[in-house]
Write a protein that binds this ligand. Structure first.
Ligand code: DOR
Ligand code: ZN
Length: 344
């Protein structure tokens, strides 16, 4: 049996929600990952250090007692975030970044930033206090085609942010296009990107050919094949600017199988196994450890994990769903077979 042993990975982009969903999903992540960057787009959003510490406690309480999984908290940036909040976040050992959602870009982004120019003083404070900015990089104006929104955000906003704040550490989250890959590759080393399993595995046909498949709908939306190929090349290139971030985003199945379905793919149940499949297909299993376990920690200036995990070549079937009370979560690739499995 083929086996690979890796330094324990971390998930640098994760949604875990609260309440019953949190209790179902957090053990899935903690089984594989040492740490995860926890996204703050709750309702209401996590905007202050105090709110983030309360949320952190709820996450820790949802974990097994023996678990040493560490949630790395983030704050939700708004037009009204104060400079004091930025300073307090940067000084707090449990808070690791601010997340910028352009208002209206995605799930629970209504409280997001309405004008990037207005928050330049906040970006200056983040640069000064050395706390990273994580960006959902899509323009939101109605006239823009949904498939162009990431590329336009880079042209209209990201280039200016990076030029104006050369010392600000920036992660362009869940990149989906060749243009984003090229932009990050040619930017300063302070600019990095996360890549999700769904954007490595699927193009937009998966979502739209043969009937609408809502469980492939996420934001930024899946793109055409040439973009998927660019992402696979970037992830397996050994370039430290690209690292693992699942964007695992649980929504109840009935809210995705809906006339107005929610955006998000649930991948936490088997994230490292999904990435292993991609890296094997690219003949790049030797590059998986650095992508999953080194580059993100290095970017966030945190120590790499000291434990290891082992994956074996072993077929297993992904459940059709994970029940939560009277509802359920449908995982990415529900009912399909994965060929790598993490040892317990
Ligand atoms: O598909 C997505 N789901 N994209 C996001 O940016 C947010 C996420 C969520 O919170 O559900
Ligand atoms: Zn996300």
């Amino acid at each position: 049996m083929e086996k690979i042993t890796l330094t324990q990975p971390d998930d640098w982009h994760l949604h875990v929600r609260t309440g019953d969903i949190l209790k179902q999903v957090i053990p899935h992540t903690a089984r594989q990952f040492g740490r995860a960057i926890i996204m703050p787009n709750l309702t209401p959003p996590v905007k202050t250090v105090e709110q983030a510490l309360i949320y952190r406690t709820e996450i820790l309480q949802a974990l097994d007692e023996q678990s040493d999984f560490e949630p790395l908290m983030t704050l939700y940036l708004t037009d009204n975030t104060s400079i004091e909040t930025i300073k307090a976040a940067a000084e707090n050992p449990f808070i690791h970044a601010f997340k910028l959602y352009p208002a209206g870009a995605t799930t629970n982004s209504d409280a997001g930033v309405t004008s990037l120019k207005n928050i330049y003083p906040l970006l200056a404070a983040m640069e000064k206090h050395a706390i990273p900015l994580l960006i959902h990089g899509e323009v939101t104006a109605a006239e823009y085609d949904i498939f162009d929104r990431e590329k336009l955000f880079i042209e209209q906003h990201l280039t200016a942010i990076i030029n104006n704040f050369p010392d600000l550490r920036v992660v362009l989250e869940h990149v989906t296009t060749e243009e984003a890959v090229q932009f990050v590759e040619s930017a300063d080393p302070k600019v990095a990107a996360t890549i999700t399993p769904q954007h490595l595995m699927f193009n937009r046909n998966a979502m739209l050919v043969g009937g609408i498949k809502p469980h492939y709908y996420c934001l930024p939306v899946l793109k055409r094949e040439k973009h998927r190929q660019a992402l696979r090349k970037a992830a397996t290139s050994g370039n430290p600017k690209f690292f693992l971030g699942t964007d695992s985003a649980p929504h109840f199945s009935h809210l995705k199988e809906n006339a107005c379905g929610c955006a998000g793919c649930y991948s936490a149940y088997g994230a490292i196994e999904l990435y292993a499949e991609v890296f094997e297909q690219e003949n790049a299993l030797d590059k998986l450890e650095a992508f999953a376990s080194f580059y993100g920690a290095d970017f966030y200036q945190l120590p790499r994990n000291s434990r290891t995990i082992t994956l074996s070549k072993q077929d297993w079937q992904i459940p059709e769903n994970y029940p939560i009370g009277e509802h359920s979560l449908t995982p990415l690739k529900a009912g399909e077979v994965l060929s790598w499995r993490m040892a317990r």
